[in-house]
Design a protein around this ligand. Structure first.
Ligand SMILES: [Zn+2]
Length: 317
């Protein structure tokens, strides 16, 4: 049984035909239009280009934004034109196929739970570290989304009172200290605070990727910025473990490409920071298997389970 997963991002709309094992057969991509009606048309176009040639039975959309608890309406997506739009019903009518919506971090977590790093876990968390932090929780095979569809907002837990300003309006949110953006901000602070030599001084405005690359090459100042991220990731993991006690935490997102630079240190901070440290089992902290296509695979999988009315799928069957 084939379904299509669509990752609706701020820069591109990417669709893929996915089989029941989570394998992608073919993909298609267009730039994300700025208007709402144009966005719906672009999604329908990318889906049709694939559904004309494959016998697909449903479509899942992974959206970077707030989705209603019945998963039919996009309430708000900061980088997309939708504001309270019944996206699932509009596209289902246009395409003549069942359509389901899901938050992109939740969709990625489903891909990892059904076919990846969290396979078989009863309680699994996903922490996607990129520009900010995306987080998701899978309990007994189902996405936990809270009563109103917005949980868990791990990246916006305040960890530093009166700390760095966050785009959400608060100060001191975890993602201001643990993200690609945070890595750049921490390095900038270290550069301003000393005259220590660093390869980063040759760059006008080092990005998180620049800092990770310099740290990987042994630059001591960049290394300290990465160590700072590791510490805050450990704090975040401890918060997740204290609230949800997961078996496994999957680290995903663009910054997970540099996990070899910080994951061991983050695990140590996490193990030291949890309540009852030393006297309770720790969650496995592992890097995601599926990388960038995870949200597409997860959205397609949710569409397949929706069509099959699978109440609690827990295997790739
Ligand atoms: Zn925030």
């Amino acid at each position: 049984m084939l379904t299509i997963g669509v990752d609706v991002g701020g820069t591109s709309v990417r669709a893929g035909v996915v089989d029941q094992h989570g394998e992608i057969l073919e993909t298609n991509r267009v730039p994300t239009p700025s208007g709402g009606p144009e966005l719906n048309a672009a999604i329908a176009g990318t889906v049709r280009a694939l559904s004309d040639r494959y016998p697909v039975v449903g479509v899942g959309l992974a959206v970077a934004g707030f989705v209603s608890e019945d998963r039919r309406v996009v309430r708000f997506a900061p980088h997309l034109a939708w504001r309270h739009v019944a996206v699932a019903d509009e596209l289902a009518e246009r395409l003549g196929l069942p359509v389901v919506l899901e938050h992109d971090a939740n969709a990625a977590a489903i891909a990892e739970h059904r076919f990846g790093a969290a396979a078989g876990a009863r309680v699994a968390a996903l922490v996607a570290i990129g520009t900010g932090i995306g987080a998701a929780l899978v309990i007994d095979g189902q996405v936990f989304r809270g009563a109103r569809g917005v949980a868990p907002e791990l990246g916006h837990l305040r960890v530093v009172p009166d700390g760095r300003q966050c785009s959400c309006g608060k100060r001191g949110c975890l993602e201001r200290y643990c993200s690609g953006t945070a890595l750049a901000a921490t390095a900038a602070e270290l550069l301003r605070g000393s005259s220590e030599p660093s390869a980063l001084r040759e760059l006008a405005e080092p990005t998180g990727v620049d800092v990770a690359n310099a740290a990987g090459a042994g630059d001591p100042l960049a290394r300290r910025a990465v160590d700072d991220l590791a510490r805050w990731l450990g704090e975040g993991l401890a918060l997740v473990a204290d609230v949800y006690d997961p078996e496994v935490v999957v680290i995903a997102g663009g910054v997970s490409a540099s996990a070899h630079l910080y994951l061991d240190a983050a695990r140590e901070h996490y193990a030291a920071m949890i309540t009852g440290a030393g006297h309770r089992p720790l969650a496995d902290v592992v890097v995601a298997h599926h990388g960038d296509p995870a949200a597409m695979i997860g959205a397609a999988t949710l569409a397949r389970e929706h069509v099959l009315h699978v109440p609690k799928a827990s295997s790739g069957g």
